[in-house]
Design a protein around this ligand. Structure first.
Ligand code: GP9
Ligand code: MN
Length: 424
């Protein structure tokens, strides 16, 4: 209703973080390439297993002169896993506390990245080596305004040995994505969703290039092998991007979508990280890597706390598009006003000072349960988290964006989009 939308608009307007002039528009007109890194957690970055780097390529990007690496960036997904990550990244709205908004809310109105950029002359495409119906993507993407969705049916002659339970292995996936990528008119907004590093992390041993770990927990041990493979596949694709020049006119964003190792594997994880996995440590493990590369941008490590909800406003500001008029629940990670309170979907939160985990408040620096005098601030933060999540839920459950059209935004019509392959 109009009362509800007013409440939401008041909240998101008050929450808005204005662009940082140092970054605003530095990627104006460039292509955007997202790499959705399946199950890559931050602990694996710069981790060494038996003296060997697991992800040498991603590690090298932490030192790249044009890349920002965020080491306090968290996934905020719930049961919708991959689809929750996508939902947040495209909309800066939270996924649902149960189920997947991709599955149940694909009929809603959205003011999503592909739609916003489409109205600025961008083509958009998702590349994914799995069936288009998985997570209801082939419906949801229409509501987000994607012009192209290259699902598994667009990939020819894939060796059956290169297929996993979730689609094509990353190396052939990227190789076979080249002609599809070349078919896009620039500038484009493209997202590659990888799958090799997916639970249970099994792969053909002949293709591995690192020994498994030795915790005696199979999925944890093998995780290192599939993470290495994913890292190599990405490295190869970057070589291709460099060769074609796309590297020099594209913003590249890479993020881990959610944890790969669940709490069921804490015993093995203790061996991996060399400390007890307490509830506080478990929350810390929800860090996923985030890399943002903009040609010409000064690189470095950013310690700012943030989450997937923050990516859309961050990207739009890099492209020189102010987000003020949009209903978004995250804030630009590069803004001076960025909000470092990171809600998790279960109502817990982390921030640089205080974290709330399983109904206990912690000092984020020491990991110790905090004392009485600080709980006033902790409760204020918890209150903010509860409000944020419940207002986002109102938008999604009530399909409220249909009552609010930002100035100069043309509502997305899902009927404008078709993804079925027609050339064979
Ligand atoms: C499936 C892939 C995996 O197409 O994106 O989804 P997940 O199981 O990680 O949610
Ligand atoms: Mn996933």
């Amino acid at each position: 209703s109009s009362d509800e939308i007013t409440e939401v608009v008041n909240f998101t307007q008050a929450n808005y973080a204005k662009p940082n002039p140092e970054y605003f528009g530095i990627g104006k007109g460039m292509n955007v390439i997202y790499f959705h890194l399946e199950s890559i957690q931050n602990f694996v970055i710069n981790y060494s297993l038996n003296g060997e780097e697991v992800t040498p390529f991603l590690n090298s990007l932490t030192q790249d002169e044009n890349t920002l690496y965020f080491n306090n960036f968290f996934h905020q997904t719930a049961q919708g896993k991959t689809s929750d990550a996508e939902f947040m990244i495209e909309n800066s709205l939270y996924g649902l506390s149960r189920g997947s908004a991709f599955t149940t809310k694909s009929g809603n109105s959205y003011q999503a990245a592909p739609g916003i950029l489409g109205q600025q002359g961008y083509t958009s495409a998702v590349f994914h080596g799995n069936a288009g119906s998985f997570w209801n993507r082939n419906e949801m993407y229409k509501s987000l305004g994607y012009t192209n969705f290259f699902d598994e049916s667009y990939y020819d002659d894939v060796d059956p040995e290169q297929m996993t339970g979730y689609g094509i292995m990353d190396k052939p996936f990227f190789q076979k994505s080249v002609p599809l990528l070349n078919s896009l008119k620039q500038p484009f907004y493209a997202k590659f969703i990888t799958v090799s590093n997916h639970y249970p992390y099994t792969m053909n041993q002949e293709e591995t290039s690192i020994e498994p770990a030795t915790t005696e927990d199979k999925s944890v041990d093998n995780y290192f092998q599939t993470a290495r493979y994913a890292d190599e596949a990405l490295n190869n694709f970057f070589d291709y991007l460099k060769k074609t020049g796309l590297y020099d006119n594209s913003i590249i964003i890479m993020y881990g979508d959610h944890y790969g190792i669940s709490e069921n594997h804490n015993t093995a994880m203790e061996k991996v990280i060399g400390k007890e996995v307490t509830p506080f440590e478990s929350a810390a493990l929800q860090r996923v890597p985030l890399f943002i590369r903009v040609p010409g941008q000064k690189g470095g490590t950013i310690e700012e706390y943030g989450g997937q909800i923050d990516l859309l406003p961050t990207l739009l500001h890099l492209l020189g598009i102010d987000t003020k008029k949009y209903i978004q629940f995250g804030t630009d990670l590069l803004s001076e006003d960025h909000n470092e309170l990171v809600p998790f979907r279960n109502g817990d939160f982390v921030s640089p000072t205080i974290s709330s985990i399983d109904e206990k408040f912690y000092n984020s620096k020491t990991g110790k349960v905090i004392q009485d005098e600080q709980t006033i601030e902790a409760k204020r933060l918890l209150d903010k988290v509860t409000t944020t999540l419940s207002l986002s839920d109102k938008v999604v459950n009530g399909d409220l964006l249909r009552f609010y059209t930002p100035k100069n935004f043309k509502p997305i019509d899902p009927n404008d989009y078709f993804y079925t392959r027609t050339d064979n």
